[in-house]
Design a protein around this ligand. Structure first.
Ligand SMILES: [Zn+2]
Length: 61
């Protein structure tokens, strides 16, 4: 199996997949993506509890 990521866009609701981490929706270019499958993005600037960064935002809202 390839390492793939699946996302859903919170803005337009589109589902898409990618083999790398995406930061915006290919459909509407929205930046709020819900990570559904794949390895979590490494957290860079938060401790996992900010609920607004790409690493933890999708899980906590
Ligand atoms: Zn979108």
């Amino acid at each position: 199996m390839t390492t793939a990521h699946r996302y859903r866009c919170a803005a337009c609701g589109a589902f898409f997949s990618s083999e790398r981490h995406e930061s915006k929706c290919p459909v509407c270019r929205g930046k709020v993506l819900i990570h559904l499958e794949g390895e979590p993005r490494p957290q860079k600037s938060c401790g996992g509890s900010c609920s607004s960064c790409g690493g933890c935002g999708g899980q906590r809202r």
